[in-house]
Design a protein around this ligand. Structure first.
Ligand code: 13P
Length: 255
């Protein structure tokens, strides 16, 4: 698999962490440290940090993302944020279908698809998360679950949509647990995702797709994970909140 056909993207998912003041501190550490990065760097911060992040990262090589988006442009959807709002705020990327949203907030394959399509329609780049539960890994249904999630998320996508989409493979049992998938396990499922995309579209679309691994990725295990032919970057939780760790991960993805 020829990795030069696609961009390496290292994205931090800050989850529900950091106030705007705290965000400033991290970003002021990351901006000089990541100046020479040879991969695409994204920070997906809480909504309340977007203003600060966009302002600080303007003109730099750090792109700003959100962690969710609604599929309508406006309306009676208390607590939601629309794609129009994100675009006007200067956001470029948006995480969709993270397992924490699926687990705690009723996100389904169908709403993941609606959100991703709405993001694309407004020029936002979706980072679509898929991944099996521990129980599913143990009962041997990983392939079935991930294939279903990918197909549902990409329903009605065009090849052009795919050029602006990232898929993140995040095995749920590896998120925040310190339990990383082995590089073989990560590589295997990322390969499965690429084959699924090739089946839905064609080899060219699949070859150009950036597929990230996420789940307890850290400076110690990143080289091995990122060396897998089908792993083109990472979606980083805990380690994205530490300037030194995130810098080490970006450097690894830049190799
Ligand atoms: P951790 O890196 O903390 O395991 O989180 C991964 C994740 O969920 C990124 O979206």
């Amino acid at each position: 698999m020829d990795k030069s056909k696609r961009a390496a993207v290292l994205a931090g998912n800050w989850k529900m962490n950091k106030t705007p003041e705290e965000a400033k501190e991290i970003l002021n550490g990351l901006l000089p440290a990541l100046k020479g990065a040879d991969c695409t760097v994204v920070v997906c911060v809480p909504y309340t940090d977007l203003g600060v992040a966009v302002e600080l990262c303007r003109g730099s090589n750090i792109h700003v993302g959100a962690q969710n988006v609604h599929f309508k442009e406006s309306g009676a959807y208390t607590g939601e944020i629309s794609p129009l709002m994100l675009v006007e705020a200067g956001v470029e990327y948006v995480i969709i279908g993270h397992s924490e949203r699926r687990q705690y907030f009723g996100e389904t394959d169908e709403t993941v698809n609606l959100r991703a399509k709405a993001a694309l329609e407004h020029g936002l780049k979706p980072i679509i998360c898929v991944g099996e539960l521990l129980e599913e890994r143990e009962n041997g249904t990983t392939e079935q679950v991930v294939t279903r999630q990918v197909k549902a998320a990409l329903a009605d996508f065009t090849a052009e949509d795919m050029a602006n989409t990232i898929i993140a493979y995040e095995p749920v049992w590896a998120i925040g647990t310190g339990k990383t998938a082995t590089s073989e396990q990560a590589g295997e499922v990322c390969g499965l995702i690429r084959r699924t995309v090739a089946g839905l579209f064609d080899a060219k679309v699949a070859d150009a797709l950036t597929i990230q691994y996420g789940g307890s990725m850290n400076p110690k295990n990143c080289d091995e994970l990122l060396a897998q032919p089908d792993v083109d970057g990472g979606l980083i939780g805990g380690a994205a909140l530490k300037v030194d760790d995130f810098t080490a991960l970006v450097n690894s993805a830049s190799k």
